[in-house]
Design a protein around this ligand. Structure first.
Ligand code: FES
Ligand SMILES: [Fe+2]
Length: 429
């Protein structure tokens, strides 16, 4: 559990709040590059940490991110004309470049220099890895981009998609860190009941994760604090084979990394960013990549299936709270643990049911929640330290993000020390 005041500090992200100011020390992924596909394409509405903004790709191909409200009489620049390296308000024609400078004011006399005095909020952006990133902090603290594994891969090796989740960012992130739930929420009835045919199939599965992950559903979680956040070791009993260790990661402030089943961990990656839209909504940005070969259509379909179908071309999940995530009680009785189709829909059903901001004073946390407890403590400590003038180390050391998921089987009497764990997960090893 968390005190009511810490719960507030953890979850509030508007400018001027403890966590909001901490999160603004990092580059924030907020848009898929494909949402602004070409120069002078239509602008996109953006809400980020409760700030209403508009993103546009100018004639030169650079992305601007500016306040939504026109400074003249507050009409939305979302309606704007994106032309000749600027966004022009459709109300009276004022025009702004990507730095936020007013560059044209046709409603004023030609001799007027009023436009030179008008500057709107504008944030720097980077378009990289199929994602557009913004920096909402003070210029003197400009951070480095995190050196995620997938960031420098050729386009064909990576894929990103996103969905809106109707919960606070920390709640969504906690769902990502909480790997104990996969044996339940995402399980089949056969695996949950230890159906003998299923046990036999799992024992002979080609990948270690399927083989051992399902067979021991109360693993020992051993999280370790690192420069980037937490390395979370899950140790499972692998019977005569020894212990099966699998490592996932929380990377500050809102990323987590694990591996898709099948290929070797670290090759076939899955990552998430849980980015605050406002305190009651977040983006779940899903990254899928393969370091060794281009993604196949099958890989992309798997990532889309994981994220779930959307309503039309939007990022709103088709399975959502208004239709009870299309739960099928017959399917729940016979086939899947939840009766809800799709991993992300299953996650959202439980996370959104807790309320947009869960009351953490009412929780009863167990041993499987150790990583979540450590993550909360670490985030609050770092945010408090940042407020007192200590630079968040990871924000300016993008290289600390060079980590990957990993797995190993070791004899039961083997102690996996920190250095070994760290080496197993080092991207450059
Ligand atoms: S409100 Fe935008 S130009 Fe007048
Ligand atoms: Fe999940």
């Amino acid at each position: 559990m968390l005190s009511a005041s810490d719960n507030q500090l953890l979850t509030q992200t508007a400018r001027g709040t403890l966590m909001g100011d901490y999160l603004r020390r990092f580059w924030t992924p907020f848009l898929l590059s494909s949402e602004l596909p070409s120069p002078d394409c239509p602008p996109v509405r953006v809400r980020l940490m409760s700030e209403d903004l508009v993103a546009f790709r100018n004639t030169d191909g650079h992305v601007g991110l500016v306040q939504a409200a026109c400074p003249h009489r507050r009409a939305s620049l979302f309606w704007g004309r994106n032309e000749e390296n600027g966004l022009r308000c459709v109300y009276h024609g004022w025009k702004f470049d990507i730095t936020g400078q007013c560059v044209d004011m046709p409603s004023e006399p030609e001799a007027s220099n009023f436009k030179s005095k008008i500057q709107i909020t504008a944030y720097p952006t980077i378009d990289k890895g199929g994602v557009i990133w913004a920096y909402l902090g003070a210029p003197e603290f400009t951070p480095e981009l995190p050196q995620h594994d997938w960031l420098d891969l050729p386009e064909a090796h990576r894929y990103a998609t996103k969905r809106i989740e109707n919960t606070n960012w920390a709640q969504a992130l906690e769902g990502g860190i909480d790997s104990a739930h996969s044996n339940f929420l995402h399980a089949s009835v056969a695996s949950y009941r230890r159906d003998p045919a299923w046990v036999e199939r799992a024992k002979n599965a080609p990948d270690l994760r399927t083989r051992y992950h399902a067979l021991d559903r109360s693993p020992t979680f051993i999280p370790t604090s690192t420069d980037y956040g937490l390395r979370i070791g899950a140790r499972r009993d692998a019977g005569d084979d020894g212990h099966y260790w699998r490592f996932t990661h929380w990377l500050t402030p809102y990323y987590n990394l694990f591996a898709a089943a099948g290929d070797a961990p670290g090759v076939n990656g899955r990552g998430f960013a849980w980015v605050p839209i406002d305190d009651n909504h977040s983006w779940t940005i899903t990254f899928a990549w393969n370091t060794h070969h281009p993604l196949t259509q099958e890989d992309i379909t798997a990532a889309d299936d994981f994220a779930g179908p959307t309503i039309g071309e939007s990022f709103f999940p088709a399975r959502n709270s208004t239709n009870d995530y299309m739960i099928d009680r017959d399917d729940q009785a016979q086939t899947t643990f939840t009766g809800i189709a799709g991993i992300q829909a299953q996650d959202m059903a439980v996370q959104e049911s807790m309320g947009a901001i869960v009351d953490r004073t009412l929780e009863h946390l167990g041993t499987s929640d150790t990583a979540i407890i450590m993550m909360r403590r670490q985030l609050l400590a770092q945010a408090r330290a940042a407020a007192e003038g200590t630079e968040p180390y990871a924000a300016t050391h993008g290289d600390v993000y060079r980590t990957r998921t990993s797995e190993i089987i070791v004899p039961k009497d083997t102690v996996l020390d920190e250095a070994t764990q760290s080496a197993l997960c080092a991207l450059d090893s």
